[in-house]
Design a protein around this ligand. Sequence first.
Ligand code: PLP
Ligand code: COI
Length: 354
Amino acid sequence: MSAIINDIEIIKSETTKINDVDFNNLKFGHVFSDHMLECDYKDGKWQAPKVVPYQGITLDPSAKIFHYGQSVFEGMKAYKDAHEKVWLFRPLDNFKRINISSKRLAIPELPENYFMDGLKALLEVDKDWIPSNEGSSLYIRPFIFASGNGFHASPADEYKFIICTAPSGSYFSGDVKVLIEEKYSRSANGGVGFAKAGGNYAGQFYPTQLAIEKGYQQVIWTDDNTHEYIEEAGAMNIFVRINDTLITGPTSDRILDGITRKSIIELAESENIPVEVRKLTVAEVVEAAKNGSLKEMFGAGTAAVISPISGFGYKGEDYEIEKIDNTYASFLKKRITDIQTNKAEDPFGWRYEV
Ligand code: PLP
Ligand code: COI
């Protein structure tokens, strides 16, 4: 069956998997909705996107994604409120960021209407897949990869842009313990750390596996040059609270310019929480943990939302962060999720109705 929504052709699936899904017990990114958006770049331009049934894709073994890793992605969420209205959070920032990432990976930039109208059409078709229970949302994964063929180490001439979605619960279960990295690096000056490039994540898996074997869930990356400065974690930006001040490092070409991060900075400032965006040394955090002034540490990201960190490891020592009442993490998490899910006023204009 075929239809048109927002100028986007819709080819509907004849079956649905929705009745097999337990919406009260959702893991993160494990089950996928019935449809996906698909859009091809060929003959020098992006072709019109279509919503099609969620399905496998066939690629030639010489497709450049397999050999040279030319791929970028985004992470977003759709929320359904009590009146069945559907909301996104700052989606144009994700659109802009996928093009920033693409440019660095020599992938042709996408037109805004293909991204936004395509996404809206997909969400309309799969509206029933958007959870409305607390803590759950429809995780949205837009991605682009080189589907063009050839062993020549140069950009492909064909690409695929796909958006698929997964009704999801929280990314982490419980508090998170992190290892501050002293040896490996996620990114370097002049590299691709600021881009959401697939390879940035592959490069983290081995050091993260080593950290998991030692009982941590994530690595906190430090700068590649000196390993003295806190940068970000594998899937989220990092905030610490020393006494009453919330501190996060500045973004750079090594760090992802997180949409949650910048929203938290604005939210905290609007609530008169003292915020510092400045270089943060590991030594300062260790010292604060030792003298008790390290009150909180948390990660911030679309998947992670705001995830409290209960302690960290560094140079063979473990440091626990004593639990306190009325944390900035729980206050800011409530503020941001209330805005995202249309439970509170949005003075910033971040919420976007689909
Ligand atoms: N840093 C990394 C490496 C990430 O993968 C993510 C997730 O997208 C973030 C930070 C947080 O970014 P955002 O808040 O835009 O999701
Ligand atoms: C997100 O938070 O959306 C991300 O892309 C992080 C990912 C590693 C799950």
